[in-house]
Design a protein around this ligand. Sequence first.
Ligand code: ADP
Ligand code: ADP
Ligand code: ZN
Length: 216
Amino acid sequence: MYFVMLGAPGAGKGTQADLLSEELGFPHIASGDLFRQNLEKQTELGLLAKAYMQKGGLVPDEVTIKMILERIAAPDCDSGCLLDGFPRTLGQAEALDEAFAVQGRNVDRAIYIHVPSEVLVKRLGGRWICRKCQATYHIIASPPKVKGKCDRCGGELYQRADDVEETIRERLRVFFEQTSPIIDFYREQGKLVEVDGDKDIQEVTRDVLSALAEEK
Ligand code: ADP
Ligand code: ADP
Ligand code: ZN
């Protein structure tokens, strides 16, 4: 099964994709994580993406699509995956459908997590990420057991450079302008599963799983 996680920055796509990945057994593929790993390693792709990410804009479709299609061609995605942060434009959604069509695959469900804007800003301002395994924490909603350290791997936690007020506002604007049209794209295909993301993390996971079970 191939899943697409949709929602504004801070909606909980990464958090839920991690939990669903454990529950369903499919890998969690996050476009933002792939860009940040490239940036850390100072690859050509990372250096190209850097300027866009810093400003809160989108990395151009061409490079983003290539990066994701290469990643999902790996054997661990043979029977499915959870895509988080991709697609983010209609062009990306169409390119994914086209690539899948050639391979006899298709997106099975698009899980849209909706959360009010003012909640998103608070969530992103308190987000901490593990440098090693990319696990996500929140200072209030989901703190690590030991301050500054990842529960899962002991890695160092850090705050993303783009999780600052001005960049957050720009990313939200970009979401409403460029990404929200793909919600209708999946709705029209009968693939959209909508979930209220303004609840406890575990409650949201339960709601997603029961919505997926109902749809079967
Ligand atoms: P996204 O991948 O959609 O940008 P994240 O999963 O990184 O969102 O979540 C953003 C922040 O909000 C993180 O700090 C995360 O721990 C926190 N968070 C995620 N889901 C919830 C929730 N249901 N309630 C409260 N905080 C949450
Ligand atoms: P968040 O979950 O907080 O929105 P991500 O980690 O998914 O953040 O993305 C961080 C940044 O990486 C984006 O602001 C954008 O610059 C870039 N990016 C990630 N995914 C895409 C994509 N599918 N298309 C274009 N740019 C992307
Ligand atoms: Zn970790």
